[in-house]
Design a protein around this ligand. Structure first.
Ligand SMILES: Nc1ncnc2c1ncn2[C@@H]1O[C@H](COP(=O)(O)OP(=O)(O)OP(=O)(O)O)[C@@H](O)[C@H]1O
Ligand SMILES: Nc1ncnc2c1ncn2[C@@H]1O[C@H](COP(=O)(O)OP(=O)(O)OP(=O)(O)O)[C@@H](O)[C@H]1O
Ligand SMILES: [Mg+2]
Ligand SMILES: [Mg+2]
Lengths: 227, 227
């Protein structure tokens, strides 16, 4: 469960203050599929970065599973990121020196996992999102949408509590996007994984439980989809 | 005018050949607005890279304004790129050490242009796509969609003959995308600038004169929109 209490994220550019987040209060419950929608520059990536403990607020409080993480130490934040959250970034962030399989395996490095089960899980994801034949390739040998699907598989393979995805289908054609989103929705229901996505894609929004609309760093509205 | 005659682009990965382009023949006429549509991995970026003289075919011939550029020297290709083509890349390719204004100005560096007219043109683009207040920012101080719009303005400001755009609205919300595409369409008509876009966006496809559908590196169909 995620709670934001009047959160501001302010950047200083020269003498000007830019409020990327401008007094955000919200609650996201475990197992929910929430879409964050809004125009370019409205604060979606910033919001996801704060939920994901990748950045901190300027003011306001953030709670993760009832624990106040607003001023938590980096070690605490890192533990949450590694153990509880899977990320799909707007720019994919694949590691150029690792192949597809190794990129997907990477979040599990250092964890006590059953290797056989892990590799089976990876193979299943590769197959479901149709990138099995790409598994030995390196990121510079992939198309944009292929990289995006690798980033998607990597986010899920560690079975996190929460998936944070920043425009996860922006580079995918409609048929591929539908396959990917259906897979995600199924994981959401079977494993009670929370999905928090920013998106401009109406088809994703239609699949969500709830849409939170933001504009100029504020929540402007909310819509329950499957109540 | 662009002509492809049975063009193949083949990569070798280990012992395996991958045909990114698999026998493409096509003609694109001056002033046309053409969309290249197809699923992820179908060859769109590869095709755009060859049209844009950023890469070369494995086999087959490519003509630019009736000149065979298939085996042209790098100096010739560079001249075409600098003087005739504006690019909007899938990953934006902004220069991190230049601010927004400088990034947009950059393609004009070294050309004999009237500075006053150039700066006026830049200011007009900034205003039309609503990024005026961002002009002193650096790329790491921008959202994904803001970067995309900077890349768009940069492509147009030099008044090229052809704009090549690889999914130019992938990171934009619908309203912003419509503004941008309307601007592009207007330039297409007023200046007879050819627009060659890859896209998954049906609204862009609807605005094009023609859609070329590719799949597994082959042309699979074509649709005249505004005949
Ligand atoms: N540098 C490369 N080395 C090896 N294979 C490549 C390379 N670039 C592209 N490919 C392969 O060629 C095919 C076409 O790639 P391309 O980037 O043109 O696809 P695309 O249609 O742009 O896809 P997307 O919609 O995902 O961006 C893909 O299967 C891709 O994996
Ligand atoms: N590092 C930064 N420094 C300064 N300003 C920033 C920074 N990151 C974001 N901003 C600004 O904060 C605002 C919100 O940015 P954010 O990236 O969250 O938007 P977004 O909703 O994700 O947009 P998009 O849909 O274009 O990706 C924007 O105006 C942006 O320019
Ligand atoms: Mg963003
Ligand atoms: Mg591509």
């Amino acid at each position: 469960k995620i709670v934001f209490e009047d959160v501001y994220k302010r950047y200083k550019i020269g003498k000007v203050d830019v409020n990327a987040l401008n007094g955000i209060s919200l609650t996201i419950n475990k197992g929910e599929f929430v879409c964050i929608a809004g125009p370019s520059g409205s604060g979606k990536t910033t919001l996801l970065n704060l939920i994901g403990c990748l950045d901190s607020s300027t003011t306001g409080n953030i709670y993760f599973d009832d624990y106040n993480i607003t001023n938590a130490k980096e070690k605490v934040l890192e533990k949450i990121r590694k153990e509880k959250i899977g990320f799909i970034f707007q720019s994919f962030n694949l590691i150029e020196t690792l192949n597809v399989f190794e990129n997907i395996e990477y979040p599990s490095i250092g964890k006590k996992v059953n290797k056989k089960e892990l590799y089976e899980r990876i193979e299943n994801f590769l197959k479901e999102i149709e990138i099995t034949e790409l598994k030995k390739r390196f990121p510079n040998e992939l198309s944009g949408g292929q990289k995006q699907r690798v980033a998607i598989a990597r986010a899920f393979v560690n079975q996190p509590q929460i998936i944070l995805a920043d425009e996860p289908t922006a580079n995918l054609d409609s048929a591929t996007a539908n396959k990917v989103i259906s897979l995600m929705k199924r994981i959401n229901k079977e494993q009670n994984t929370s999905l928090i996505f920013s998106t401009h894609d109406y088809e994703i929004m239609n699949m969500a439980d709830r849409i939170i609309r933001i504009h100029d760093g504020k929540v402007k509205g909310e819509e329950i989809k499957n109540g």
